[in-house]
Design a protein around this ligand. Sequence first.
Ligand SMILES: [Zn+2]
Length: 334
Amino acid sequence: MESKRSESSSTDSSDVLWWRKLWSLPIPPKARLFVWRAFHETLPTMVSLNHRGIDCDVTCPRCTDVMESCSHAILDCPISQMVWRMSRFWKVIEKRRTMSFADFLRITSLEVTLEDLALVCWLAWKLWCERNKIVHGGEEGDPQAIFDLSIASFGEWQALHRAPIQSQVVGSDAWSPPQSGYLKLNIDASVFPSSDHIGIGAAIRDDKGSILGAVAKSVEGSFSPFVAECLALCEGLRFAKEIECANIEVETDVINVVSAVVDNRELSMEGPILEDVKQLLAQLRSIGIHHIGRSANYVAHLLVRFGFNSNCTNVWISETPSVVSNAVYIDANA
Ligand SMILES: [Zn+2]
């Protein structure tokens, strides 16, 4: 039975390259194995079990509407669609919904960055895990919660596995509360080469470490890391103004931005955006902008990831975003 399988493994060079790409994705081995199985239609979907001679109903156990193939479970089932719709991959998914999962992945991999492909695989894997919960008697999850938790866990996994050196700098490099009577604004931005947008995140906390407000969004366009950080800074300061916060300490993990603002450097290209930053700082009675290590800016970093991967502007007021709840707790109790 197994020997028959080997004839389907192509030795075509584009296939080899494709698989090399897949195995290099920054995702856990379990998720890679899931993708491999989905690609080869060997996940135990109802259709696949039936093909293997197991006497079972081939109808999708979730929507009970159509046959459950891999592509249906991961891409087409209404609950999967609702989750994909919240992501910025919806446009890519929408036009491919009738394809096999293998074709979908092959074509998508040509259109998105490696980072994005990792997230597509991650979301597909999480949707499959949700599907399994239902098959094993669990309850149907809320699509928004599935999406939020998937993005959060992706961000956490990436942060843990891709920046081990910086994140080990704890102690003196941990987040510290603002001085009494002040609020602290942490901002961050992410730029990925070959991506057509950037992620921005900002969190405002009081001296107990509680979140007063947070923003996570994606901004279309290609920007240098410096300009992206300035845009995040403006976004965070404007947001602080909107929710009537004043007496603000600002922190970023990009030292160039701090020196540009503090040293009053004349920069022709970035001059206008720096002017905006300075005006906003003055309006908010800010006591300054400081450079901190990345681990002290972890909450803002997680918000950036969330913003980068979501399709809209996310705002939380007097509410801790679930994507950062653990990190906020750790910061407040460090
Ligand atoms: Zn279904």
